[in-house]
Every structure is written in C-alpha cells, then in structure tokens.
Design a protein around this ligand. Structure first.
Ligand code: UDP
Ligand code: MG
Length: 315
C-alpha cells in the first residue's frame, strides 16, 4: 500500500491549525491509507509550535520540524520534501486555502491516469485585492514568455506527486528557490485540477504586496536570462540610434552650416544614457547577488526542534 506524506508549512498558524488538523485527519482516515503529516514550523512568533507538540503527543501521524527562525515558505517546503518518506507527497497550506477535501479526487486521478502529479489551479481570484490579481496575471504571462519553465496561471503549490518527482525536486538544491518554476522545469506528466478560490479559514496572509513582488523578481531571475538579454539588446539599440544621430548632425553642419545648439539637450542625453547604464548594471547586480548566495552553500534551513526522526540535512 502506498504511503502518503503531506507537508504543511506553518508560520503563525495557531488559529488555523486545529481546524486544518481536524479536516485533514478526517479526509486521510477516510482514505484508509498509511500517511504522515509533516508540519514545518517556520519560526512562528505565536504558539504554533506548542499546538504542534500537543498534536504530535496525541497522534503518531504527526511529525513536526521547527526552524530556528523564519526561513520562508520555500525553505519550509524544501525541508518537508527532504524529510517526506511517502510514495506520494503533497504540499498544503495550513489555512485551508488548499482544501483537504480535494485529496481523495487527486489520489484517484494520480492512480488511475498516466500522471506523475496532480496539481491544483485556482480558476477565480475572488477575495483578493484587484491590484494583486492584475500583477499576478501579468507575472504569469511574462514569465511564460521568458522562461523555459512552464508556469500555469493560478497554479497552487498544492499538488500530489509521485516519488520520482519528489526526488527530482530534492535534487534541485538551489538556494534561491522558486517552487512554481521548479515544478515546471523538472517536467513530468501533470494533470490539472481546477477549483474555486477559498478564503483563509483564520489568521491573515503572510505575504505583503512587496514580499510577493520580491518573490516574483526572484522567480524571473532564477528561471530566465531575459533581463540580461534586454540589457544587451537595449545597449545595441542605443548605439545604432546614436550613430544615426551623429550622421544627421554631421550632415546638417556640412550642408546647412547649422551649428549644434543646446546645452539642455546634451545634458538630457547624458542623463538618459547614464540611467540606462545604471539600470543594466542593476540587472547584472541582481544576477551576481544571487550567484553569490548560491556559492556560499549555506543550509536552506536550520531545524531547532523535531520529534523523533533524524533530520536529513540538505545541502
Ligand atoms: N508560510 C510559511 N512561511 C512564511 C510565510 C508563509 O511557512 O514565511 C506558510 C503559511 O503558514 C501558509 C502558507 O505558507 O501555510 C501560505 O501562506 P499564506 O496563506 O499567508 O499565503 P497566501 O495564501 O495568502 O498566498
Ligand atoms: Mg493562504
């Protein structure tokens, strides 16, 4: 019988955890499979860890890994993947926005079809600020054009995967992680399950607009070289333009004896070029900064406390 591992990253989720645990346990017991619930406490400032410890005392299915500080959802998911022992593995949010009720259908689809994973996709973005939705949609469109990782609009991290796929994810040990890109990049056959957006059960979102924006930029840099190409092409474009301008000015001087006037226009051009140069330098700087972080080979996360099992420390 195949074992199922659920990975649940938790950051300040003490309010949602009891609801989530009740619901997910009901669903998993209903499936009648062997399972484990891997809760990753991502340096919560509330009593999430206490709640997890109580759950682990009562229920042998519960495994918790508690980080020494907040390392971010990506690190929490990676810790889960490294420690999951199931044949099928899924990541789920603790706030019930990834409805546990979908699990039986996902399992059925995974086992009946020729798929390596069943992924969920939100078809609506109700209860979300319109500005955020707009940026999200633009991000997916741009991202799909400029990177070779297929990223589906509205795709959640909630997907049930077979062991091979999980091993591939664990083998991608990059420091700057962008899971949506990683899932797309490794390939495998994925079946999409659409569902209506669900509101958070309790607590509030941990993602501010700027945190999401930085995450999106990280995604672009991790999975595309397009910004660097834009820098190169804009340099070439500006050089060609300036050659034409030079010729024009020389002709005007020779044919019409027209002196070149204007201090203001010269300054404008200098500032314009300076701006473009700094912008391109900034793009290069972003890539160099990411490379710098990768070369340090720091651990993705540090586990301060866990129940039982040896912590597999990933590079
Ligand atoms: N999360 C985490 N570390 C963080 C931020 C979030 O582990 O630094 C977890 C959080 O507890 C939740 C999931 O990631 O289980 C998704 O977060 P959230 O619901 O705040 O994001 P949203 O659904 O609003 O995009
Ligand atoms: Mg959420």
């Amino acid at each position: 019988m195949k074992k199922i591992s659920l990975i649940i990253p938790c950051y300040n989720e003490e309010e949602s955890l009891p609801l989530f645990y009740r619901e997910v346990t009901g669903v998993m017991e209903g499936l009648g499979r062997e399972y484990e619930l891997i809760f990753v406490n991502d340096g919560s400032k509330d009593d999430t860890l206490l709640a997890l410890k109580k759950m682990a005392e009562r229920d042998g299915h519960v495994i918790y890994l508690s980080f020494s500080r907040n390392f971010g959802k990506e690190a929490a998911m990676y810790a889960g993947f490294c420690n999951a022992q199931g044949d099928y593995v899924a990541v789920m949010d603790a706030d019930m926005q990834d409805p546990p009720a979908l699990l039986p259908r996902m399992l059925e689809m995974l086992e009946s079809g020729e798929y390596d994973s069943v992924a969920t996709r939100r078809v609506s973005r109700t209860h979300e600020p319109p500005v955020r939705s707009w940026f999200a949609r633009k991000f997916y469109r741009i991202m799909n054009r400029i990177s070779d990782a297929e990223i589906v609009d509205g795709a959640r991290d909630f997907r049930l995967m077979k062991r091979d796929m999980v091993d591939a994810i664990v083998s991608m040990s990059e420091y700057n992680r962008f899971s949506k890109g990683i899932f797309g990049w490794i390939g495998f056959r994925t079946c999409w399950l659409p569902y209506e957006n669900v509101e958070r059960a309790a607590g509030e979102t941990k993602w501010s607009f700027w945190k999401l924006f930085r995450y999106a930029v990280n995604g672009v840099i991790s999975f595309s070289e397009a910004p660097l190409n834009i820098a190169s092409w804009s340099g070439i474009f500006m050089t060609v333009c300036s050659c034409f301008m030079l010729l024009l000015i020389v002709f005007r001087r020779l044919l019409f004896g027209d002196p070149v006037a204007g201090w203001a226009s010269t300054i404008c051009v200098i500032i314009f070029i300076g701006g473009i140069q700094l912008f391109c330098l900034g793009i290069m700087g972003q890539y160099i900064a990411k490379t710098y972080m990768e070369t340090k080979h720091r651990p993705h996360y540090i586990v301060a406390e866990t129940n039982g099992r040896d912590v597999i420390r990933c590079k």
